[in-house]
Design a protein. Structure first.
Ligand code: SF4
Length: 286
């Protein structure tokens, strides 16, 4: 059985700022993998670039630290090659909704069984506090000293509008909610997106821990059921006086990797390639 200590990396500690919400997300992810009794060798954690994207270095699973905004295509490619792997893609709000927005939108409409966890701290932290796609209107940042003139992206509304199979939000400061949401998202059969509000203690002085604590409420504790797209869309527009967390929308749909005529037979990595001539292939392209 997997225990928390099996997921720790020896000799390396995260270099995040003390008090950063990334610590909570890393711990919750480890706890979720233990809760699901997943063997670390069956898990791949893929990330792009940013403070959050350093996470694969500090969890003892397979990992891949890629380029900016490209965690999703790498993760989806890995899942297509080996559908038995549990693939978790990590990114920040800048990485996923800025540099990687194109991949985000298209991943919402392909139902590949991958879990996307966005560490949404509403700022570019690694590069010292520039405005990100989810920075609130009017917030002063190092790149918008007079206040952000743009409206923030609403990633939950985008995902619900696309009828994404699993759409949830959680908070790095609520360990039980976050652990259970991540575990539920990983266990869900289909593309699962969790937007995680995360405090950046160094550069986001507006969306702080007390700011979230005052506003956040649990959808499921209020009896909300995530089975209606219209209701979910309406709920996704709520904020900022009250911020709902929990599962907004859930719907089981056919999986890409189970419908595709080649992929559905066996994982690509297990398929025989003896009859493929690499030389002929190379000659064709060279
Ligand atoms: Fe965390 Fe912000 Fe520090 Fe990055 S800059 S490690 S997001 S507190």
């Amino acid at each position: 059985m997997t225990e928390l200590r099996d997921l720790n990396t020896s000799g390396y500690s995260p270099d995040w700022c003390p008090g950063c919400g990334n610590f909570g997300i890393l711990t919750a992810l480890k706890r979720a993998l233990v809760q699901l009794k997943l063997n670390p060798k069956d898990v791949l954690v893929v990330a792009g670039i940013g403070c959050s994207s350093k996470l694969p270095q500090w969890i003892n699973t397979f990992g891949f630290h890629g380029v900016h905004g490209r965690g999703l295509p790498v993760g989806m490619g890995a899942k297509i090659a080996n559908k038995k792997l549990h693939v978790i893609v990590i990114g920040g709000d800048g990485d996923v909704f800025g540099e990687g927005m194109n991949h985000f939108i298209h991943s919402l409409r392909k139902n590949i069984n991958v879990t996307l966890l966005v560490h949404d701290n509403q700022i570019y932290g690694l590069t010292k506090g520039q405005t990100s796609p989810t920075t609130m209107h009017g917030d002063k940042t190092s790149s918008s000293p007079g206040g952000n003139m743009d409206d923030p992206i609403n990633p939950i509304a985008l995902a619900v509008a696309q009828r994404t199979s699993y759409v949830a939000r959680s908070f790095s400061g609520d360990m039980d909610h976050l652990t259970n949401t991540i575990a539920d998202a990983i266990a869900f059969k289909g593309f699962a997106f969790v937007d995680i509000f995360q405090v950046c203690v160094s550069f986001n002085k507006h969306n702080t821990f007390p700011w979230f604590k005052e506003r956040i409420y649990d959808l499921q504790k209020k009896g909300y059921k995530p089975d209606n797209q219209e209701k979910a869309f309406k709920k996704s527009l709520e904020g900022w006086d009250k911020i709902p967390i929990g599962v907004f929308y859930k719907e089981e749909k056919p999986l890409y990797e189970e419908e595709h005529p080649v992929l559905k037979r066996t994982p690509l990595v297990k398929q025989k390639i003896d009859n493929i001539s690499i030389k002929k292939l190379m000659d064709k392209f060279c």
